[in-house]
Design a protein around this ligand. Structure first.
Ligand SMILES: *Cc1c(COP(=O)(O)O)cnc(C)c1O
Length: 388
């Protein structure tokens, strides 16, 4: 078999297992309604929680920076230098989450991979929640530290692993999502902090789905729980409506990451116009209490409405509403039928979620109208009636 033939065979296996992915073509901004192949449909699959992705104030901030700083950053900041908008955004983000320093990365994926690889190595131990985002998992692998996966949100299991493995290691870290991206539930952050303090370990919290959404002024789940993580990772492509991510920590921790994170050191810096938009987005996020309330109200209505229709919806209070189906092919069929009824709600399959837990993962936006949520619930009601 040639190389090309073996690739085609691998694609065929994915297709047969119902796991082949083909992204849809969107020809509008990522608002509550998107234009999908020429049709206007209600979007329930964007992490643009606060509806800022096409906010004219962000677009304007980016355009003003484009006019003075241009588009490309030229090289890694360690090579061609840090630009004005990078500094402004980092100072603004550090103030937002009340840490000494923040460092921008081009993506959340790069931030997580780089942070764990920079802070942990051979001789260290990382404890990782079993439902952590793929980027944290890859960061653990890349660090070459000893990795122990604890059962999801199970602090007793984590304590047992610490008792067994902490003493031999130099550094110890606990890595967790704040709000788990596929289940929408929260990490037991206060208990994790306690364990880390007891064992002289660092707490690394990925606030991707929490920042801008929960906590005072949208400052995240840690702030909401009154907990200081040693390292906070925030993504800027979700509630912030832009792109990229940042790592916030003490000046010493950030300086080491800046020197050792390969996804930072060996990667072209984020375009300065995005950094300018991020600084503006931080102001907007901070002032968006009304949007946060609307966002969570929509999610609560969607969750309750689906339950009333008899669907299996995971518990939670976050804007992530997962409807469990189980089988990947059935999940994608449900997603296709929803789309015919004007609802864009994506199916999530392994390896993004564990086998047997394929689901329709829905997310609400502050800019949805009540009528959009009604339309989605009507579609689900019609589908349930047909199946009965
Ligand atoms: C989306 C996400 C990331 C990756 O962030 P990107 O900026 O999209 O690369 C990391 N962690 C979690 C928990 C996420 O949900």
């Amino acid at each position: 078999m040639s190389f090309e033939e073996s690739i085609v065979e691998a694609l065929g296996e994915l297709e047969a297992a119902g796991l082949l992915r083909r992204p849809r073509r969107v020809s509008s901004a990522q608002g509550p309604i998107v234009d999908l192949d020429g049709r206007a449909v209600v979007s329930l699959c964007s992490n643009n929680y606060l509806g800022l992705a096409d906010d004219p104030r962000l677009v304007d901030a980016a355009m003003r920076a484009l006019a003075t700083e241009g588009l490309g950053a030229g090289a890694s900041r360690l090579i061609s230098g840090t630009m004005r908008s990078h500094v402004v955004a980092e100072e603004r983000l550090a103030r937002f989450v009340a840490t000494e320093r923040a460092l921008l990365f081009s993506t959340g994926y790069a931030a997580n991979v780089g942070t764990l690889q920079a802070l942990a190595g051979p001789g260290d131990v990382v404890f990782s929640d079993e439902l952590n985002h793929a980027s944290l998992i890859d960061g653990c692998r890349l660090s070459r530290a000893e990795v122990h996966v604890y059962r999801h949100a199970d602090v007793d299991h984590l304590r047992a692993l610490f008792a067994q493995h902490r003493a031999r290691a130099r550094r110890a870290l606990v890595a967790t999502d704040a709000l788990f991206s596929m289940d929408g539930d929260a990490a037991p952050i206060a208990a994790l902090r306690e364990i880390c303090d007891a064992y002289d370990a660092a707490l690394v919290v990925d606030e991707a789905h929490a920042l801008g959404v929960v906590g005072p002024r949208g400052t995240g789940a840690c702030a909401g729980a009154g907990v200081r993580p040693d390292v906070l990772v925030g993504t800027l492509g979700k509630a912030f409506g832009v792109s990229g991510a940042f790592v916030a920590a003490s000046a010493a921790i950030v300086a080491l990451i800046e020197n050792r994170a390969r996804s930072y050191v060996f990667s072209t810096a984020m375009p300065p116009a995005l950094a300018a938009a991020i600084a503006c987005a931080t102001d907007l996020v901070e002032q968006a209490d009304d949007r946060r309330a609307t966002l969570l109200r929509h999610a609560a209505r969607l969750r309750a409405g689906l339950r009333d229709l008899g669907y299996d919806v995971l518990d939670g209070t976050s804007p992530i509403v997962p409807l469990l189906v189980g089988d990947p092919t059935a999940t994608m069929r449900l997603s296709a039928v929803l789309l015919q009824r004007g609802v864009f709600a994506h199916g999530i399959r392994p390896p993004t979620v564990p086998e047997g837990t394929s689901r329709i993962r829905m997310t609400t936006m502050a800019t949805h109208a009540d009528a959009h949520i009604d339309l989605a619930l009507e579609a689900f009601a019609a589908i349930a009636a047909e199946a009965a």
